[in-house]
Design a protein around this ligand. Structure first.
Ligand code: ZN
Length: 315
């Protein structure tokens, strides 16, 4: 009989979240090559790898949101609304106070396709997944762009907590359902004139008749549908398993926008469990032991190379 095991509470997503700011941040002094070797060693020894991906992962892989990319792809909207504080990058553009639904969906359908369905920057993701072959793997992600899925990670191993650039929901969240809108977005993209879509393409909530919104966590009306809860459940189960095995938390480009979802919980887990190691890849916000304040794409490529070479040299 194992009292310990039976007494243990299931590690739910809610219990996993942490609001604790780590007090033990340090500046990295270990040389880069040594850090890569340490990280590769920890991954070699691990049975479980829990990936935690933030916006920095997509950026490192090549996704663009502002600058020349925005100027080129949103000139039509800059002409209508002026550049102002909003028409600077894809993130800010979404917050423009659009005068009507036709204008709102004119921009959002364009943005959602560029940031989601049509975004394809998966080479770095593939390199990483290849190097982690043989590990029990799960991804916790705040990205809505589906890049790990496109790179071949099964959806059953993904929990994207903040929504999807492919789906829409009731703007008031009146019922717990979301809807695939990629085909609708393509139609909007085809029929847009001067930033506006035709009125008959404006989506309406099938339950309350009100306006629809992107299924992205921007306010309290964010809808967590059946698939979201199923993913949460699989994540919780994986996490409970991790607690008993050798586990690496591999944090990828997570900043301080929503640190309570990946950053703080990962730090807490690593602090409280000897069998759990945190490896943090971040361009500028590393600051804990075994973390990389280095170019993300380079760290991932170097790490993958180390792991692949070990495999090749084994008899
Ligand atoms: Zn509704």
């Amino acid at each position: 009989m194992n009292f310990n095991r039976s007494a243990k509470k299931k590690m739910s997503f809610e219990r996993f979240l942490s609001y604790e700011y780590a007090g033990d941040y340090i500046n990295q002094t270990t040389p880069y090559a040594e850090q890569i070797e340490q990280a590769a060693q920890a991954i070699r020894e691990a049975d479980y790898v829990l990936l935690g991906a933030g916006a920095g992962m997509s950026t490192a892989a090549g996704a663009e949101y502002g600058g020349k990319f925005f100027e080129e792809n949103f000139a039509e909207f800059q002409k209508i609304y002026g550049k102002g504080p909003y028409m600077q990058d894809m993130y800010s553009a979404g917050f423009y106070p659009f005068p009507d639904q036709e204008s709102k969906w004119g921009l959002w359908s364009h943005l959602a396709l560029l940031a989601g369905a049509d975004l394809d920057v998966t080479q770095l993701h593939k390199t990483l997944l290849d190097a982690l072959k043989g590990k029990k793997l799960f991804l916790l992600s705040t990205n809505a762009d589906h890049q790990f899925e496109k790179a071949g990670l099964p959806v059953e191993q993904i929990f994207a907590t903040q929504g999807s650039y492919k789906r829409i929901q009731c703007a008031r969240g009146c019922h717990p359902k979301t809807y695939d809108a990629v085909e609708l977005f393509r139609q909007m993209e085809q029929e847009r004139v001067n930033g506006k879509i035709p009125t008959e393409l404006v989506p309406k909530c099938p339950v309350c008749g009100g306006p629809m919104a992107m299924n992205l966590r921007v306010d309290d009306h964010f809808v967590q549908d059946e698939d979201w809860h199923a993913a949460e459940d699989r994540f919780s189960r994986f996490l409970s398993e991790c607690m008993d095995g050798k586990t690496v938390l591999l944090e990828l480009g997570v900043g301080f926008n929503t640190p309570t979802i990946i950053r703080f919980p990962f730090e807490k887990l690593a602090r409280e469990h000897k069998n759990i190691t945190l490896i943090r890849l971040s361009r500028s916000k590393a600051m804990v032991p075994a973390s990389f304040g280095a170019d993300m794409a380079k760290s991932i490529t170097d790490l993958a190379e180390k792991l692949n070479n070990t495999e090749a040299s084994e008899p």
